[in-house]
Ligand binder design. Structure first.
Ligand code: 13P
Length: 252
């Protein structure tokens, strides 16, 4: 049995005060850790403040990491620095980073390895654009992204990896993938992992759906056999909505 995950990706939102208010509003109302991994991935500048106040049921993640331990990379944050804040997770290869900040399959792979080397658990994102879906290359894109992202990772590493399938056309658009389309893609990813590793590794891997997930559609999406949770942008910003997502994620 895979433990479900509900991860909020706040993107470039929330000041320190707003983030702390959120944490205080949700921390004693979340499902317990044995039922759900509830995560918020926050801007780096406030991670330490959140870690100090995360409580028993909330986990904290970052939204990006550099692959080098230190060096002349102005403005970047190394895995050593991130680990020192006490965060547990880090999103890697989000489509916004791929399209606005020149993230490639190669840097995604380097970052995933660097995160794991420093005890951070990567949430590796993949997903096709609208054009790629319409021209029938979704599986080809997912295969390339996943194969490259996982290159050199061992099956032991995979125990600490989460994959998020986020079709680019569904992100921030209000156009959620149907549960069948989302499940088919997540199932395809699971099959790829089975081919690279083993059926045991694949069946233990948690795969999330992301893209306009909300309290309205979370139950149907999570009822799908290959979807183990969500990576949620807009609907994770409001504490009531995040709580609703988390509570629905643990309902049968
Ligand atoms: P939305 O939930 O706002 O569509 O964003 C999804 C996302 O990009 C999460 O990483």
């Amino acid at each position: 049995m895979r433990k479900p995950v509900m991860a909020g990706n706040w993107k470039m939102n929330k000041t320190r005060d707003e983030a702390l208010q959120f944490i205080y509003a949700v921390s004693d109302k979340l499902p317990s850790l044995d039922k759900l991994d509830s995560i918020v991935c926050a801007p780096a500048i406030i991670l330490r403040d959140l870690v100090k106040r995360q409580g028993d049921s909330l986990k904290i993640g970052a939204q990006n990491v550099h692959f080098a331990e230190s060096g002349a990379y102005t403005g970047e944050i190394s895995p050593v620095m991130l680990a020192s804040t006490g965060v547990e997770y880090v999103i890697i290869g989000h489509s916004e980073r791929r399209s606005y900040f020149a993230e490639t399959d190669e840097t995604v792979n380097l970052k995933a390895k660097a995160a794991l080397d420093h005890g951070l658990k990567p949430i590796i994102c993949c997903g096709e654009t609208l054009e790629e879906r319409e021209n029938g290359s979704t599986n080809e894109v997912l295969k390339r992204q996943i194969t490259k992202a996982l290159d050199g990772l061992t099956s032991d590493d995979l125990k600490n990896v989460i994959i998020a399938y986020e079709p680019v056309w569904a992100i921030g658009t209000g156009k959620v993938a149907s549960s069948e389309v989302a499940d088919e893609a997540c199932g395809y990813i699971r099959g790829l992992v089975q081919g690279i590793y083993s059926s045991r590794t694949a069946s233990n891997l948690r795969i999330l759906y992301g893209g306009s997930m909300s309290p309205k559609n979370v139950s149907e999406l999570m009822a799908q056999p290959n979807i183990d949770g969500g990576l949620v942008g807009g609907a994770s910003l409001n504490p009531e909505s995040f709580l609703e997502l988390c509570n629905k994620a643990v309902q049968d």
